[in-house]
Design a protein around this ligand. Structure first.
Ligand SMILES: Nc1nc2c(ncn2[C@@H]2O[C@H](COP(=O)(O)OP(=O)(O)OP(=O)(O)O)[C@@H](O)[C@H]2O)c(=O)[nH]1
Ligand SMILES: [Mg+2]
Length: 203
């Protein structure tokens, strides 16, 4: 079955894992540092201008936002709260850490995680911390190096390969691509990969 990304529709935002819909079907989650370009990437993926909010006050996406992805009623896209925004209280940060950690570690319908990183600053300390929470034995990982339009093609490729080597060094199996929401670059590749992730696993 082919997902119809353009028909993606907001379901709800939750501030606690207890408020999540039942843990069944297939979820694909998007994570990344605040301001990395996560909302923009989601909008580009879905071919929509304002599905997810872009560039308001950074760090404002405090909830887990869930979206339905037709035609399968069991498919959901999940926008996770951005991390690493400096101007929040310790309590708030702790809340986000717990929300993010709990979601990643307990959510059994999570089939894949798209980690969105600014191509000029991939794999920051906080990205590495997040990667420790990802249950890689049952959840696929794809790294989206976005804002690629900020670099020359050559510099972007160089960053891609350096990041790939770094992940290998960490013993993390992942796919990677360059991306630009601004130029709509890499959108078809991303759609193709997610379409594969959504197919039921045969065993
Ligand atoms: N040049 C360029 N700018 C981008 C790209 N993607 C996002 N931006 C800009 O980067 C800023 C942050 O983008 P968002 O999509 O809001 O980032 P976010 O990761 O969702 O941020 P939070 O929700 O605050 O965590 C905005 O000013 C965007 O316009 C891109 O591919 N290229
Ligand atoms: Mg956002």
């Amino acid at each position: 079955m082919e997902p119809r990304f353009r028909e993606t529709a907001f379901i709800k935002g939750v501030a606690q894992v207890e408020q999540l819909p039942p843990d069944d079907g297939i979820e694909i989650a998007f994570a990344g540092r605040s301001n990395a370009g996560k909302s923009s990437a989601l909008n580009a993926l879905c071919g929509r201008k304002a599905l997810a909010r872009v560039g308001r006050t950074p760090g404002r996406t405090q909830e887990i936002n869930l979206f339905a992805l037709p035609p399968d009623a069991a498919w959901r896209l999940v926008d996770l709260p951005g991390y690493g925004y400096a101007k929040v209280s310790a309590g708030q940060r702790q809340h986000w850490d717990r929300l993010l950690g709990d979601y990643l570690q307990s959510r059994e319908c999570l089939a894949g995680l798209v980690l969105i990183m600014d191509i000029r600053r991939p794999l920051t300390e906080l990205d590495r911390q997040l990667l420790e929470w990802v249950p890689l034995e049952r959840c696929q990982l794809h790294c989206l190096l976005t804002k690629a339009d900020k670099l020359s093609r050559q510099a972007a490729d160089k960053q891609l390969h350096a990041t790939q080597r770094e992940l290998e060094g960490l013993g993390i199996e992942a796919t990677l691509q360059t991306f630009s929401s601004l130029k709509n670059q890499g959108v078809d590749d991303l759609r193709g990969l997610l379409t594969e992730w959504l197919q039921p696993v045969e065993d």
